[in-house]
Design a protein around this ligand. Structure first.
Ligand SMILES: [Mn+2]
Length: 298
């Protein structure tokens, strides 16, 4: 264990699955009074209990490090009234809660990239561009964070939704293109070519020459270790400098977490098969029991 550093754990995509989250915290023996928890983004949406989950995270936020995922940016945009609801959206109970403004303001101020001052890990939701050094990545993430926190944050979100992201940095023709590209890299990327052309929506490569972003990244950026989520169909991936933690809880697979301040990452998992349905998860009638936040009335 890392002497003098609090016990630190990281968990993959929660997507509003509050009851497996509490179960996993129990398996880890996570103590909010002294331990730290990292969450790799996509905290909300698709699952049934985004509101209960955000309530818990907001109340324990001093012990929690988060990065924003594509679903979190979507939720902020829905809350701000910038985009209409998608069919698969499960955010209604969250958005109608009287505490929603506090929760969503907290998300809006949250980072896209988290770099720990002590532990050697950098956390993003989806990916880092294979050609971006850690310093470059911090700068690109900072451009997004500044826009989201700044006075023109609504215009920024509207702009993000107004046009698709260019497929490569070289194809960006304006600062708006560059912002759409940065957001897509950090929150949605999976497959990319050796020359840095991304295939945004794809969970499968669309042509030969594409590889998972981390294949090029780990080859080219040798000084950094990355924690990410987002890629449930790839599943849990533990490599020497990569922890890809989305093991598809909301799809009925597992919720995964690791202890980071040990010599080797130590894995914890809980079963989420109560979420396994033929249809996409759609509401609180799903099979998993709902859980109230400890110490609070739900
Ligand atoms: Mn995602």
């Amino acid at each position: 264990m890392n002497q003098g550093h609090p016990a630190t754990y990281a968990i993959g995509d929660l997507q509003g699955c509050f009851s497996p989250f509490l179960q996993l915290l129990g398996e880890m023996d996570w103590q909010p009074s002294k331990d730290i928890l990292w969450l790799a983004g996509d905290l909300v949406n698709r699952g049934p209990e985004s509101h209960t989950l955000l309530d818990y995270l907001f109340e324990t936020r001093k012990r929690i490090r988060i990065v924003l995922g594509n679903h979190d940016l979507y939720a902020i945009s829905r809350w701000a009234g910038i985009i209409p609801a998608k069919k698969s959206d499960t955010l209604a109970p969250l958005l109608s809660d009287h505490r929603a403004d506090d929760w969503m303001e907290w998300l809006r101020q949250s980072p896209i990239l988290y770099r720990d001052p002590v532990l050697p890990w950098v956390m993003v939701h989806a990916a880092i561009h294979p050609d971006w050094s850690p310093w470059d990545a911090v700068g690109h993430a900072g451009e997004i964070e500044e826009a989201l926190r700044g006075p023109r944050w609504r215009q920024f979100l509207k702009m993000l939704w107004a046009a698709p992201a260019p497929a490569s940095w070289e194809a960006c023709r304006s600062e708006e293109d560059a912002q759409r590209f940065r957001v897509a890299v950090f929150t949605r990327a999976r497959w990319v070519s050796a020359s840095g052309v991304f295939s945004w929506p794809a969970t499968q490569p669309q042509s030969p020459g594409f590889a998972p972003w981390h294949r090029w990244f780990l080859e080219r950026q040798t000084d950094v270790s990355v924690i990410c989520g987002h890629w449930a169909t790839q599943g849990l991936l533990i490599l020497p400098r990569l922890l890809a933690l989305d093991s598809g809880c909301v799809w009925g697979n597992r919720l995964s977490g690791v202890r980071l301040d040990s010599l080797e990452p130590q894995l914890f998992q809980v079963d989420c098969s109560c979420y396994a349905h033929e249809e996409k998860p759609s509401g609180p009638e799903m099979g998993c029991p709902s859980a109230a936040a400890p110490g609070r009335k739900s």
